[in-house]
Design a protein around this ligand. Structure first.
Ligand SMILES: Cc1ncc(COP(=O)(O)O)c(C=O)c1O
Ligand SMILES: [Zn+2]
Length: 412
């Protein structure tokens, strides 16, 4: 498989062979990046007839590091809609606003793109038990793909800080769930230690294969739009997804499919925004947040493992990192739901929350093309939605009573 060259450490540059099972650098513990020979990729693409495959992660098989495609574990991930939002765009003063609706994935979030590749690799390595720490969606997705692959799954979650729908998913798919009295960052420290044992295989976004699957969303955005957007706005938690999109966009240039690149905007919740703080200081190091709080529990992370890649994406693309308040997030969630019929979870509303502000202060021009990534479905977290949604009116089984209620309701 000569198109996949090595796994290179992003810190010390040490190259590992492509059969390497360790998810971090053997020399320094740094994160690994899958390195390709793009000439060989282009050669294979020219022969494979990839354009005839349906939109989705596996359309881009030549740009994925899978060595044994017959082991593929799939539920039909990717190929999500890029929804043009005319009504919301008009309200915000933007001509070309799109939302990449990642809630349309099999388990309702973008995590499935990474898991289909990551769990396939786990089978290649002969792993039996897959583990992760999670704010919820990673657990839901890993549990589903483990079930599909017939493997055991263990997830560590921050106790009391995981949305109900995600918990239900992990549980029904048969994962062993441990609620850790602590935050996500502590849960991740624990699974990283567990993963030192040979029987466990780690599938957090430290795992280089997760990001390889996730980068396909960038290819899809490019194909669906018929070109590069001017801006890509994306929520940031552990910072894997923004890193994956950036790699995807750059690779489109490297295989000669496109020219130019979008400016990347990473959006965090105010109560968990170490990357935004580093960006505002214009430094290349983050200061972790020891205490984190936000109702956008998916991105309630104080020490993002992929911070270095995320800052690189933002600086290299002349992008931005911005923080939004919980209040702005809820408002944006409702705006998207009521103007466009798109129900996303709170974390996924952060790009819209930022846009509301950006259009007010002129950071983005009305003629520019903007893609917001809606990372997860709103049904994941019904409690957050119900906190702000109007309660149902109640009536007896009586038409007169209903008409009286309606008279009042339409006046509001
Ligand atoms: C819905 C949702 N949005 C955004 C994120 C953040 O993604 P990343 O950790 O790759 O930055 C997550 C991560 O759990 C998520 O579940
Ligand atoms: Zn290293």
């Amino acid at each position: 498989m000569d198109r996949v060259l090595s796994l290179r450490c992003i810190d010390c540059g040490f190259e590992h062979g492509i059969q390497e099972r360790s998810v971090t650098c053997r020399r320094c513990g740094g994160l690994l990046d899958v390195v390709y020979d793009y000439d060989a990729v282009v050669d294979e693409m020219e022969r494979s007839g990839w354009e005839r495959r349906p939109l989705g992660v596996w359309r881009y098989e030549e740009l994925l590091p899978v060595l044994r495609p017959e082991l593929k574990v799939t539920l039909g991930e990717g190929g999500t809609r890029l929804v043009r939002c005319r009504r919301l765009g008009e309200e915000l003063g933007l001509r070309d606003l799109y939302v990449k609706h990642e809630g349309g994935n099999p388990t309702g979030s973008f995590k499935d793109r990474g898991m289909t590749v990551g769990v396939t690799k786990a089978l290649e390595f002969g792993a039996k038990t897959l583990i992760c720490a999670s704010t919820g969606n990673t657990a839901a997705s890993l549990a589903a793909y483990s079930a599909r692959a017939g493997l055991r799954c263990l997830v560590l979650l921050p106790k009391g800080k995981v949305a109900l729908g995600k918990l239900a998913q992990a549980s029904i798919h048969g994962a062993v769930i441990i609620a850790v009295r602590g935050g996500f960052d502590e849960a991740l420290d624990l699974v990283r230690r567990l993963a030192e044992r040979p029987e466990y295989y780690l599938l957090n976004s430290i795992n280089p294969y997760r990001l390889e699957g996730q980068k396909t969303a960038a290819y899809e955005v490019y194909e669906q739009l018929g070109g590069m957007p001017d801006w890509l706005i994306i929520p940031v938690g552990n910072a894997g997804n923004i890193s994956a999109y950036w790699k995807g966009f750059r690779e489109l240039n490297l295989v000669g499919m496109s020219e130019g690149l979008p400016r990347m905007v990473g959006v965090q919740a105010e109560g968990a925004s170490p990357i935004v703080e580093a960006f505002k200081r214009r430094t290349s190091e983050i200061e972790p947040f020891r205490r984190v709080e936000t109702l956008a529990t998916a991105i309630r992370i104080g020490r993002p493992v992929n911070w270095k890649r995320a800052l690189n994406a933002i600086y290299e693309s002349r992008g931005l990192a911005e923080a939004v308040s919980d209040e702005e997030i809820l408002k944006a969630q409702r705006l998207l739901a009521s103007k466009e019929g798109l129900f996303v979870e709170p974390a996924s509303a952060t790009p819209i929350a930022y846009l509301v502000r950006a259009m007010g202060d002129g950071a983005i021009d009305r003629d520019e093309t903007v893609v917001c990534v809606a990372t997860g479905h709103g049904l994941k977290d019904p409690e957050a939605a119900m906190r702000q949604a109007p309660k149902p009116l109640e009536a007896g089984a009586d038409l007169m009573e209903i008409e009286r209620l309606l008279n009042r309701a339409w006046k509001r």
